[in-house]
Ligand binder design. Structure first.
Ligand code: SAH
Length: 400
């Protein structure tokens, strides 16, 4: 049994905590001791010693733990995890009844009541992400709850808590029957190959589901598409299935070539009709400008931070420049799909980048579509930072 830690909220954060703010951090809580054990139960009190909430201690990039309940009598035990996971599954019942989609998020951290934990469904298999050693202490309770409630064929897990708060390389099989990878899942009728036991990423980012569908159903027909930071090329596959005349996928990772070819093949698209380039996007932009390349649609979906041999990219600092390069390669009347998962700025700031880029390039634009996280990625009302995804469909208009 883990020990219970009593913590007091910082004066300035008391009101916020009473409104339901769920994150514990060095700035918001007094007297943190570095010797606390990961997974200890935390009781948060106000300055007069009254109960605010109960949660757990677990260091991750965002903070040092999460409040899980505001009910003084509620214990954090097997039944607690079972209740939370059952509620999350219930909420996804429309997804469980879809014929054409079987990959979605079942549990989204604090948005479903437990910060530091996510669970995704990939057909008959489930993937758990543990964001701290603290939440990992409840592994048995959580695995048992999931097994009891769903009986998955197999469960995989990602331990995202090495010393830098990153993915810890390991065999990620956790329970049940191992899957044969690649595993084929469906999203809006499209086949997607995933691998739940090959590093930090699975092959698809589920939070872009609505964006991919929109691209396929309403924008791709008869168009050429440049997909930058393309990873396994799923945006390209959706565009091709939507009738794009040609897609060009650009990613620096060597493996993106075979993985992208595999995604095309899984959907019976001839790979030789599509272009896949293993290359630094920034080099490709230079090349494209030099050769006067233009595309009807350009997808920008960079990581929040990336370092390549020649370039360091930070979404917060460099997104405007990235947009400017994309404007160069987009036909007039064409579309830029700009996306970011960077949590350190919001949609308003993101739109500011767009405005600046178009102004500096002397083009008019208008925003046709706007997306944030889909319904299976609910966020916590008192923790808007959790709503990290921002996507804009921007039409490049005539020059100013
Ligand atoms: N858009 C993808 C997800 C992108 S993940 C999708 O929808 O599935 C980020 C990708 O950016 C990774 O595959 C990584 O290899 C790639 N990347 C990072 N820096 C890059 C660079 N400078 N040039 C090209 N690709 C880069």
């Amino acid at each position: 049994m883990t020990e219970e830690i009593i913590l007091r909220a910082q004066k300035h954060y008391m009101a916020k905590y009473k409104e339901g703010f769920p994150l514990l951090s060095k700035e918001t809580v007094e007297n943190i001791d570095s010797l606390y054990q990961e997974g200890s139960i935390v009781v948060l009190l106000d300055s007069s010693g009254s109960f605010i909430g109960r949660g757990y201690y677990g260091i991750q990039n965002k903070g040092i733990g999460w409040i899980l309940t505001h009910k003084e009598k509620e214990a954090i035990d097997s039944l607690f995890f079972q209740k939370k996971i059952a509620a999350a599954i219930n909420k996804r019942s429309p997804f469980y009844h879809k014929e054409d989609t079987n990959a979605f998020r079942v549990f989204n951290g604090e948005g479903d009541g437990i910060g530091g934990l996510t669970i995704d469904c990939f057909g008959d298999y489930y993937l758990i992400n543990w964001y701290s050693l603290g939440i990992y202490q409840f592994r048995e309770e959580i695995l048992s709850a999931l097994t009891l409630l769903i009986q998955p064929r197999g469960i995989y897990e990602k331990k995202r808590f090495d010393k830098k708060g990153q993915y810890l390389e390991d065999d990620d099989f956790a329970r049940g029957t191992p899957a044969n990878f690649p595993l084929l899942v469906k999203e809006n009728g499209v086949n997607i190959e995933v691998n739940l036991n090959d590093g930090a990423m699975t092959g698809v980012f589920l939070d872009q589901r609505e964006v991919r569908k929109k691209l396929r159903d309403q924008y791709a027909k008869g168009k050429t598409l440049l997909n930058t930071f393309s990873y396994t090329g799923v945006f390209s596959v959706f565009a091709a299935l939507g009738g794009a005349t040609k897609t060009t996928s650009v990613d620096l990772a060597k493996r993106s070539l075979e993985l992208t070819e595999a995604q095309f093949r899984a959907n019976e698209i001839e790979t030789n009709t599509q272009e896949i380039r293993v290359e630094d996007v920034f080099n490709f932009f230079d090349y494209g400008v030099k050769h006067g390349l233009k595309y009807d649609i350009v997808v920008l979906d960079p990581p929040s931070f990336a370092r390549s041999k020649k370039n360091t990219f930070s979404a917060k600092k460099d997104y405007t420049a990235l947009l400017k390069s994309a404007i160069d390669l987009t036909e007039e009347g064409g579309l830029i799909i700009a996306s970011t998962n960077c949590a350190t700025f919001d949609m308003k700031v993101f739109k500011g980048f767009v405005s600046k880029a178009f102004k500096e390039k002397s083009y008019k634009y208008n925003i046709l579509e706007q997306y944030s996280l889909p319904g299976d990625f609910p966020t916590h009302p008192s923790f808007p930072e959790g709503d990290y995804l921002k996507v804009l469909f921007i039409k490049k208009q005539a020059s100013l």
